[in-house]
Design a protein around this ligand. Structure first.
Ligand SMILES: CC(C)(COP(=O)(O)OP(=O)(O)OC[C@H]1O[C@@H](n2cnc3c(N)ncnc32)[C@H](O)[C@@H]1OP(=O)(O)O)[C@@H](O)C(=O)NCCC(=O)NCCS
Length: 306
C-alpha cells in the first residue's frame, strides 16, 4: 500500500522518514506517553525511534498498517497516528500519541478525523475501532469527537507497569460514518457563490455589463481595479487583469427562469456567442452562451425536465 499524505486545516499527515527519528526519540521518551499507551516502553531505548520508522515500509507493503507522522509547519513532527489493519476483516484499530508540549491544541482530534475519513474512504474499511485505558479520558474525548460509539469496558484487559488496567472500547462502522459526513456536509451548505471574472479595462467592462448585458453596477473601486454587478439575484465581481498572462476562457454558469426572453434580449444586444446559440442540452437544460467584453463566457440555462 502506498501511503498518501493527508492535509488537514492545520496539519499534514505524511509518512515518517528516517530524518524524523531524533524528534520521535525525544517525544516518545516522555513518561506521559508510555503511561497511557499499551506498547510504548519506558524508558524508551536509544535508537528505538529509528528502528520503529525503519519497519514502516514493510508494514505498509503488507497492507497491515497505515502509519502517519502528524506534522505542523512550525514544529515539524508533533505526534503519530496509525491504523492497524486486518485486511481480511476489513477493519482497523486506530492508535495515536501527541508529544506532551503539543497537547490540548486539538491535534489528536484533527488527525483522527483525517485518518478515519481515509479508512472509510480510500481504504474502504467496514469498521474502525480503538481502545484506551479507562484512566485516559482525553483519548475517549478524541474518539467521541470523531464519531465513535462507546462499545464497552474490558475489565483488567491491559497488564502494564505491574498493574491491571480497565480499557474502554470504541467503534465506528461505515454507515454511521457516511451518515455523519452527510450531516457535516449539510451543516456547511454553500448559500451563495460569486464568480470573479478578469477584464482588461474595468470601466469599459462595467459599461458593457450595464448597457449591453443589462446588469446593475453595485460597487466600483477604480483604484483597486475591482467592481461588482448584479442582475436578478446573481452577483458577479470583475477584476482588472491587464498583465501579459491574462487568463483566457474564464466562464460561469447561471441557472435562470425565462431563458427565451433573455436570449432574445441578448441577441438584440449582439452579445450572444456565435458558438453558443440557445439549444436543449442532453443534461436537461435549454442553454445559451453570452460573451462579455473580455470574452468571459456567461452560460445561462433553464431546466427543461419536469
Ligand atoms: C490522548 C492524546 C492523544 C490527546 O491529544 P491532544 O492533541 O491533546 O487531544 P485533543 O486536543 O485533540 O483533544 C483532547 C480532548 O480531551 C479532553 N480532555 C483532556 N483531558 C481530559 C480529561 N482529564 N478528562 C476529560 N477530557 C479531557 C480535552 O478537553 C479535549 O477535548 P475538547 O477539545 O472537547 O476540549 C494525548 O494526550 C496523548 O498523546 N497521550 C498519551 C498517549 C495516548 O494516551 N494515546 C492514546 C492511546 S489510546
Amino acid at each position: 500500500m502506498n501511503l498518501p499524505s493527508l492535509p488537514t486545516r492545520r496539519l499534514l499527515l505524511r509518512p515518517f522518514t528516517a530524518a524524523d527519528a531524533p524528534t520521535v526519540q525525544v517525544l516518545a521518551s516522555a513518561p506521559e506517553i508510555a503511561a497511557t499507551t499499551a506498547t510504548i516502553p519506558h524508558p524508551y531505548p536509544d535508537g528505538a525511534a529509528a528502528l520503529w520508522i525503519e519497519g514502516h515500509a514493510a508494514a505498509h507493503a503488507s497492507g497491515n498498517a497505515a502509519i502517519f507522522a502528524i506534522t505542523t509547519p512550525a514544529d515539524g513532527v508533533v505526534g503519530a497516528i496509525e491504523l492497524r489493519i486486518a485486511p481480511a476483516m476489513l477493519h482497523a484499530e486506530l492508535g495515536y500519541w501527541i508529544g506532551v508540549p503539543h497537547w490540548g491544541r486539538g491535534y489528536a482530534t484533527e488527525a483522527a478525523h483525517a485518518v478515519v475519513d481515509h479508512a472509510f474512504g480510500a481504504l474502504a474499511l467496514k469498521r474502525v475501532f480503538a481502545h484506551h485505558m479507562s484512566s485516559n479520558p482525553a483519548s475517549g474525548a478524541v474518539l467521541k469527537k470523531v464519531g465513535m460509539k462507546w462499545e464497552g469496558r474490558l475489565r483488567a484487559h491491559l497488564h502494564r507497569a505491574r498493574q491491571f488496567h480497565d480499557v474502554e472500547l470504541w467503534g465506528l462502522v461505515d454507515d454511521e460514518h457516511e451518515q455523519r459526513q452527510r450531516v457535516r456536509a449539510a451543516a456547511t451548505a454553500i448559500d451563495h457563490c460569486t464568480p470573479v471574472l478578469p477584464c482588461a479595462d474595468l470601466a469599459a467592462a462595467l459599461d458593457h455589463y450595464e448597457q449591453r448585458l443589462g446588469w446593475r453596477r453595485v460597487f466600483h473601486f477604480p483604484e483597486r481595479g475591482y467592481a461588482g454587478v448584479a442582475r436578478a439575484g446573481a452577483t458577479l465581481h470583475l477584476m482588472r487583469h491587464d498583465g501579459p498572462g491574462r487568463p483566457q476562457g474564464a466562464s460561469c454558469r447561471f441557472r435562470v427562469r425565462g431563458v427565451d426572453a433573455l436570449y432574445a434580449e441578448y441577441q438584440a444586444a449582439g452579445v450572444v456567442d456565435p458558438k453558443g446559440p440557445l439549444e436543449s442540452k442532453p443534461w436537461g437544460l435549454r442553454e445559451f452562451v453570452a460573451l462579455d467584453r473580455d470574452g468571459n463566457a456567461l452560460h445561462f440555462g433553464e431546466e427543461t425536465r419536469g
